[in-house]
Design a protein around this ligand. Structure first.
Ligand code: GAL
Length: 460
């Protein structure tokens, strides 16, 4: 790395409840849509599930010690909604509340700041049945009630809140392509789900700002994911296609938050298929984030389709890609991770600059960046040099963006440890710590050791 990051830059690791906790039916936890989805044969690789996962429920103290050993000062995790409210509304499960209080206290004892995500995909199953999940008319109000419970119970100690993780994934993979829970396949449902997710975010923020922020003094934002879309050629058509693709991916959720309305490209192309916000809702949504949470993993070429969409599930085409008229592809020379995602650090820098350009001086926090490899434990060691190079090059790209004026203030590696990688099961290892899923032993990989040294050098 050429130069150092500022001393107050946040270095953290991230996880989410369903991917690590296990204890799926213990101490009053209600089922979530991911518990149910995993029961459907063929939905998850090897029909695996998160019933035990990393058993973080019983190992959290050990895990927090490992974080401390890594030198991180922040830990991003999510609350399992159905652990604290088994049916999603109404009755509260005190054992679930106590579990998160113990985690928060343990983090603070170790000088690690909790960054809490309220919703990382594991919707209480009761809300899927009773309210049609994210398509239901009441869901945003129900979410705001759950958020209120969390602010009440944890807000004296939690000062960093993320409402929703990756609305794009929930809408497109959960309600469009059906590859994630709840498994719906539709061309229109993603836009309604997305609409309700934005409203849910804004209503939760409103509750926080009115009832808690003045005394608790924390900050709150939403985390959205986006790959970079590089124009395939320098033709104006491809340049426009890449812009459109970024609007259909990221600005779909962030334009309402910063401007109060959807991007013009979506409004024009979707017409009546895109729901509308009322004037009151627009007021509620605009300005509803104290920071811009970004999850970033990869880059693809974008090419104007001229109405001829090439179907390719590998590159995420199909479904709504007709709506954007963009074909996606990769450069054959790009290295790929075990997920098949291209390693393109300059794409990260370009995306950060695109965000800065669209929403000037917004405070950005990378709440996830990382990679999966086929890690092997050999003689007690996991020598994950590819991951180490990935982190080095992406963090260097972040530094360059900062030097060119981007207001990036934090970076969280995905993930603290290997875990349940949704429809890919346990084979895709994203962790800085290797988890032996038989013995549940955790072992720091070479990348975790590198991270520790790297964070140390940025302290002075
Ligand atoms: C993100 C998600 C994480 C993790 C990661 C790697 O989309 O928020 O839960 O699975 O991708 O695929």
């Amino acid at each position: 790395m050429d130069t150092k990051f500022s001393r107050d830059f946040t270095w953290g690791v991230a996880t989410s409840a369903y991917q690590i906790e296990g204890a799926w039916n213990l101490e009053g936890r209600g089922p979530s849509i991911w518990d149910a989805f995993c029961q459907i044969p063929g939905k998850v690789a090897k029909n695996e599930n998160g019933n035990i996962a990393c058993d973080h429920y019983h190992h959290f103290e050990e895990d927090i010690k490992l974080m401390k050993n890594m030198g991180v000062t922040a830990y991003r995790f999510s609350i399992s909604w159905s652990r604290v409210m088994p049916t999603g509304k109404g009755k509260v499960n005190i054992e679930g509340i106590d579990f998160y209080k113990r985690i928060i206290d343990c983090l603070i004892d170790h000088n690690i700041e909790p960054w809490v995500t309220l919703f990382h995909w594991d919707l209480p199953l009761a809300l899927q049945f009773e309210n049609d999940g994210w398509l239901g008319t009441e869901i945003s109000n129900i979410f705001a009630e759950y958020a209120k419970l969390c602010f009440e119970q944890f807000g004296d100690k939690v000062k960093k809140w993320i409402t929703i993780n990756e609305a794009w994934v929930i809408a497109i993979l959960g309600y469009g392509q059906g590859v994630f829970a709840p498994g719906r396949v539709s061309n229109d449902a993603p836009y309604l789900a997305g609409h309700n997710l934005i409203l849910a975010h804004a209503k939760a923020v409103d509750v926080y700002r009115k009832e808690f922020q003045p005394t608790q003094k924390g900050i709150i934002g939403m985390t959205n994911n986006c790959d970079w879309r590089e124009p395939k050629t320098n033709s104006q058509a491809d340049i426009n296609a890449s812009e459109r693709a970024l609007e259909f991916f990221l600005a779909w959720f962030t334009d309402p938050i910063y401007f109060g309305h959807y991007p013009a490209s979506m409004v024009n192309r979707l017409g009546g298929r895109l729901p509308k916000f009322t004037i009151e809702e627009q007021k509620l949504i605009k300005g509803s984030s104290d920071f811009f949470g970004l999850n970033h993993y990869t880059t693809l070429f974008a090419e104007d389709s001229g109405g001829q969409i090439v179907k390719s599930s590998v590159y995420g085409n199909g479904g709504i890609s007709e709506d954007q008229d963009v074909n996606l592809s990769v450069d054959k020379s790009w290295k790929k991770t075990f997920m098949g995602w291209a390693v393109v650090p300059w794409g990260c820098k370009k995306l950060l600059k695109w965000i800065e350009n669209r929403y000037p001086q917004v405070e950005i926090v990378i709440t996830e960046n990382g990679c999966a490899y086929d890690d092997k434990l050999i003689d007690g060691v996991v020598d994950d040099q590819e991951r180490l190079n990935f982190y080095r090059s992406y963090i260097q790209a972040c530094k360059e963006a900062i030097d060119e004026g981007v207001n990036l203030t934090g970076y969280f590696a995905w993930s603290f440890m290997d875990n349940f990688e949704w429809a890919s099961g346990y084979e895709k290892r994203f962790g800085l710590h290797y988890v032996d899923f038989e013995t549940l032993e955790r072992i720091p990989k070479a990348s975790a050791i590198w991270f520790k040294e790297f964070i140390e050098t940025n302290k002075d």
